[in-house]
Design a protein around this ligand. Sequence first.
Ligand SMILES: [Zn+2]
Length: 152
Amino acid sequence: MAGTREPGERDRWLDWAQGRLARTGLRAGAVRVALLELLARDGDCLISAQQIVARLAARGVGSQASVYRLLDQFVVLGLLRRVVGRDGLARYEKAHPGHSHYHLVDARTGAVEPFTDARLEAAIAGAAERHGFQLDRYDVVLHGVRVRGGAA
Ligand SMILES: [Zn+2]
């Protein structure tokens, strides 16, 4: 969840994301630089495209079209995860190898909650191994309704 990660995390994601982008050969414009910095700071868990556009616009950076285009590009490159809520809005968060969390989407309220589960991670890593597949990334979204408090 936002604010719960150790301080070095944002710089590690930024370094890793910049490295991946550099290898694509795509041009690094001012909007991309500002978007990366914003996501490094505010992108721990599910920020909407509208929030991102508004925060960049407040700094005088980026049109909606340019931000949406970059968000799509970052998802394709595996830098971001995209989750579409029941409200139909796309939300984004940093993807980073080894720092996974997942989401519960409550169909009744539309609430999206983050969760972590080491046994789930181990099971997915085991499945990839058994199927001879080198795992790059994956995503888990559980859709349902909350009937009681979850595991801590
Ligand atoms: Zn999240």
